[in-house]
Design a protein around this ligand. Structure first.
Ligand SMILES: O=P(O)(O)OC[C@H]1O[C@](O)(CO)[C@@H](O)[C@@H]1O
Length: 246
């Protein structure tokens, strides 16, 4: 894992955007793996800026998202379908038929997970997978306890994850209890992985990650099993890990 420490959230987002844009320029038919949450918002703003100011094109790009809440309609204000449209897709010239997220409302969740994993295999390998880091070490919605060989599956969300994400909903009760997520093994199939972490809140998680001890109780630690991962972390999120090293 390559670790890049940057000053702040803005610098993390710019650096991540440079990497994504270089990937698109190298291969205009790239398949990108995308994340939601607060972490990639700055990156998505920068990508939109790249389209406006430098006419970068995503016409031939395909995207596969990590996860979607179970039970939310795709037009629900808090669905990840809606999130991706608002924060990224609407600002790109991407062909919406080439943007994929799990169907949170599928009647058979098992079938939907199988279909999604087959889609990853058909379109993939994902050239570049973007990940945020949960405070409990989750990547996608792979909560502590998720095995390394997990494929796309339905997960019961941790109470801590629901509390963290409650800020996007009007109350904690409204946060869905389940989600469909790519598994650890699905994520590790990607060619390259870009993990982003910013802010004091992520300090403990970054410290645990940099202990280089893969284990189910901290899913992001399985990223040590992949040969091409870059962690871009800002000073605040890196502080605790740095203290540990001194
Ligand atoms: O970016 P946040 O909101 O801190 O959440 C951490 C990560 O958890 C997830 O929201 C779970 O989907 C990631 O995609 C996200 O980046």
């Amino acid at each position: 894992m390559k670790v890049e420490v940057v000053e702040n959230y803005d610098e993390m987002s710019s650096r991540a955007a440079d990497i994504v844009e270089a990937q698109i320029l190298r291969n205009p038919r790239s398949v990108l793996g995308l994340a939601t949450g607060s972490t990639p918002l700055g990156l998505y703003d920068k990508l939109a800026e790249g389209v406006r100011q430098r006419q970068l094109s995503y016409k031939q790009v395909k995207t596969i998202n990590l996860d979607e809440y179970r039970g939310l309609n795709r037009s629900h204000p808090n669905s990840y379908h809606k999130f991706m449209n608002e924060h990224l897709f609407e600002h790109l010239d991407i062909d919406m038929r080439h943007t994929y997220l799990p169907d949170g409302q599928a009647s058979s969740v098992e079938e939907e997970c199988r279909r999604y994993e087959a889609l990853i295999d058909r379109l993939g390998p994902i050239h570049l997978q973007i990940l945020g880091l949960g405070t409990n070490g989750h990547i996608g919605f792979n909560e502590p306890g998720t095995p390394e060989n997990s494929l796309t599956h339905c997960v019961e969300l941790d109470e801590s994850t629901r509390k963290n994400n409650a800020r996007f909903f009007s109350s904690l009760e409204e946060v869905p209890t389940h989600a469909i997520t790519m598994g650890i093994a699905s994520i590790l199939k990607s060619d390259k992985i870009l993990l982003l972490a910013s802010g004091k809140k992520k300090g403990e998680a970054v410290k645990r990650l940099l202990e280089k001890q893969p284990g189910e109780e901290f899913p992001a630690s399985f990223l040590w099993k992949h040969e091409d991962v870059t962690l871009i972390v800002d000073r605040e999120a890196y502080q605790l890990a740095e203290k540990e090293r001194q």
